[in-house]
Design a protein around this ligand. Structure first.
Ligand SMILES: [Mn+2]
Length: 455
């Protein structure tokens, strides 16, 4: 069974990190199926994620029947990358002679011994059976037994049950255990084999000292990031085989040349769509929906200054496949976030917040995107109380919360702490009441942080 190649977005995933991974894994599988020779098994690309699904992703995946990408904790090589699957098993009640026959028949060195219900009990190897005979010769020399009686004992012992000679104290591993740690354990036990068990204690694999002589590296395609800080733990132990991204070039390095697509466009999903077009692969509706949703969230329905003419073309193409109006589609995706009225206040204010150093102090700029500004502003007092508490706790000079109305295309500034910092930068009069409407301000990175830091 070939180990799948993972396609994974950054830590703390947003909708683009999830949907670009789904889209690119789909594209790679399509291409692999085309290129495969007769009788060959194509490589399998599997989308994965490093954290919980954002609500808009959950909404899109649910609506379009797309399976949720599996969550992974790290990219370290695992026991399952080297183990032999489906080990040969024998019941503890079987006779030793049967164990001998089974070892011969399958030409293996060890059998996993199981209980009646198939759960793991121990292990019997050719060496354990051989040891029985070697110790018999010992009896011959030290106790002066006759050769005939020893031989008779040995023949009789073939009739005994396997569990009289099996070893109970063999190491067991979970399939997803880290290989480097497991190798150390395996080298420290007196036996050559370890048994791999599933959650129900059923043996699913066997791993020997010769299996671990090679250290495999998990293959991974990075989407929507190319910095180690944002990548899965264990990235340094993995083999990065491709990168699809729209952020600044970071610090992931590779040993061999790879396909590294980086474009200054509004989303990674845009690049995935361009690749499908370039390679002449038709995009099915569910994948078009995932990709379109990612472009819409990353570019705030194409209104963010990060949106480019290329994004616009790609959005029209995907909306054409789906037969939808792109803006309506985008607003529906944002509405999956929902819950502006019952969202916990810490989440509403700080889920998307970034600290910026300013002089000797720190400014926190938070952003909450909404399709219902009135609903959010109804919680103004709650938000301000929470922001003042944050300032007290963290010592910020100032917190600016941008409540961004993606339909009206602007942001309501709510400011606590030293408001002069914000007022000076934008030449406005933010007060402690009601906030200040800033038409056209949608991007924290391009339109707000830059201005405050320069002022
Ligand atoms: Mn992105």
């Amino acid at each position: 069974m070939a180990t799948p190649i993972l396609v994974v977005g950054h830590k703390n995933p947003d909708n683009d990190a999830i949907c670009a991974a789904i889209g690119y894994a789909w594209l790679k599988n399509e291409l692999a199926a085309r290129e495969v020779e007769d009788g060959e098994e194509p490589p399998v690309y599997m989308p994965a994620r490093l954290g919980p699904l954002p609500p808009e992703s959950a909404g899109v995946l649910d609506k379009w029947g797309i399976p949720t990408p599996m969550i992974i904790n790290n990219l370290y090589a695992r026991v399952s990358d080297v183990m032999t699957y489906n080990p040969i098993c024998i019941h503890a009640g079987s006779k030793i002679i049967e164990a001998g026959r089974t070892l011969r028949k399958h030409n293996v060195q060890a059998l996993v011994v199981t209980n009646e219900d198939g759960t793991y009990k121990g292990l019997v190897s050719t060496r354990m059976i051989a040891n029985r005979y070697i110790s018999a010769t010992d009896v011959l020399e030290t106790e002066g037994a006759s050769e005939m009686s020893v031989a008779a004992d040995l023949i009789a012992s073939l009739d005994q049950k396997v569990d009289t000679i099996m070893e109970h104290s063999i190491l067991t591993f979970a399939a997803d255990a880290r290989l480097d740690e497991s190798v150390a354990d395996l080298m420290n036990q007196p036996f050559r084999e370890a048994v791999v068990l599933d959650d129900d204690n059923i043996p699913i694999g066997i791993v020997t000292r010769s299996d671990i002589a090679v250290h495999p590296h998990r293959k991974v395609i990075l989407v929507d990031h190319n910095e180690i800080r944002q990548a899965a733990n264990g990235i340094e132990d993995a083999e990065v085989v491709e990168i699809i991204d729209h952020h600044r070039i970071g610090d992931v390095s590779t040993i061999t040349p790879i396909k590294f697509l980086n474009m200054p466009v509004g989303s990674s999903a845009t690049i995935v769509t361009l690749e499908a077009q370039r390679l002449g692969v038709d995009i099915p509706k569910h994948i078009a929906a995932a990709l379109l949703s990612a472009i819409m969230t990353d570019t705030v329905v194409l209104k963010s200054p990060t949106a480019t003419p290329t994004d616009k073309l790609v959005v029209d193409y995907l909306a054409g496949i789906l037969g939808v109006d792109p803006t309506e589609f985008g607003i529906e995706v944002f509405s999956f976030r929902g819950g502006d009225d019952d969202m916990p206040i810490d989440e509403l204010v700080s889920a998307d917040s970034k600290e910026f150093p300013l002089g000797d102090g720190t400014v926190l700029i938070a952003q909450h995107e909404t399709t219902n500004l009135d609903l959010v502003m109804g919680r103004e007092k709650e938000m301000r109380d929470y922001m003042r508490g944050l300032i007290e706790k963290k010592g910020y000079d100032c917190i600016l919360l941008m409540v961004t109305d993606i339909i009206a295309e602007g942001s309501q500034f709510i400011c606590e702490g030293n408001r002069r910092i914000v007022n000076r930068a934008f030449n406005i009069e933010c007060t402690g009441d009601g906030g200040t409407w800033m038409p056209g301000i949608l991007s924290r990175k391009k339109q707000v942080a830059a201005r405050i830091l320069e002022a």
